[in-house]
Design a protein around this ligand. Structure first.
Ligand code: HPA
Length: 284
């Protein structure tokens, strides 16, 4: 299916409203509009265990959601409270390297918006390109580069979407400041950087990593970019954190493997969870 067909069909606003209605109905009388929608990247799903009074809905039950296929992604939508605040979490996401169009990769953001979340919090595992990055570092995404060469907004404009969204501040400056304050309060080192999204599923070659370094990328991954484009187009404020799980190809002697990415994700999980919990506590 082309991105254009996907946009107007099963991944548009009306599909998102339908998915949101199902989630609200599953939660029932205890439903409260979330202060944020949070997506948990590879190896970072542990934050879901901090959720209180959680209602867990498998992705396969959510209308319009395909089943997540990547190892390490449990594929659940969770509704509950974190730091006493109502949130919706997605443990798992839809990657374009799985064969999904950009519009489907960004569809969960539409659903979070339809559920009333004003803030989109993305997290991901990423390879470190900045030479000083080591596995286990956390990077606050200051800006991104879309080297996936796909856009979730291509095709007819959905009702309520901007045709030509401004991307001069894709990652909300006030939310980034709040994330830095949360990090400082928790004594968690957090460095600003530029995330570059590639289609995958191959990891990069050393030549590609040298190219990305020259282009100004600090970290590289295979997600987040379509989601943040969507958040901007529909008026959600976005913030995102990368967990540096490995040095990008050619910057160390190690070969890259998904297992290594997952293991490194687990080693930073505690800090990541504390950071996002504190951030949610501080949200207005
Ligand atoms: N490259 C792309 N995506 C990634 C990497 C990487 O090195 N590590 C984790 N996700």
């Amino acid at each position: 299916m082309s991105d254009a067909a996907a946009t107007t069909g099963s991944t548009g606003v009306s599909a998102a409203v339908k998915a949101a209605a199902y989630v609200r109905q599953r939660v029932g009388a205890t439903w409260r509009d979330p202060v944020a929608g949070i997506v948990l990247g590879s190896g970072l799903g542990g934050l879901a265990d901090r959720l209180e009074d959680a209602v867990r809905i498998p992705f396969s039950h959510v209308p319009g959601f395909p089943t997540a296929t990547v190892a390490g992604h449990a594929g659940q939508l969770l509704v509950g409270t974190l730091a006493g605040r109502p949130v919706v979490m997605l443990a798992g996401r839809f990657h374009m390297y799985e064969g999904h169009g950009a519009a489907l990769a960004a569809f969960p953001v539409r659903v979070l918006h339809a559920l009333g979340a004003p803030v989109y919090v993305a997290s991901n595992a990423a390879g470190g390109i900045r030479r000083t990055f080591v596995p286990g570092d956390l990077m606050l995404i200051a800006d991104h580069m879309n080297l996936m060469f796909r856009n979730p907004l291509s095709g007819p404009t959905e009702q309520g979407d901007e045709r030509f969204p401004d991307m001069s501040d894709p990652y909300d400056p006030a939310l980034r400041a709040l994330m830095r304050e949360a990090a400082a309060a928790m004594n968690i080192p957090l460095q600003d950087g530029v995330y570059c999204g590639l289609l995958g599923p191959t990891y990069e070659t050393p030549a590609e990593v040298r190219m990305l370094e020259r282009l100004g990328a600090d970290a590289v991954g295979m997600s987040t970019v379509p989601e943040v484009i969507m958040a901007r187009a529909i008026g959600m404020r976005a913030v995102a954190v990368s967990c540096i799980t490995n040095k990008a190809a050619g910057l160390s002697h190690e070969k890259l493997s998904h297992q290594e990415v997952m293991d490194a994700g687990k080693s930073v999980a505690g800090r990541f969870e504390a950071l996002v919990t504190e951030f949610v506590r501080r949200l207005p």
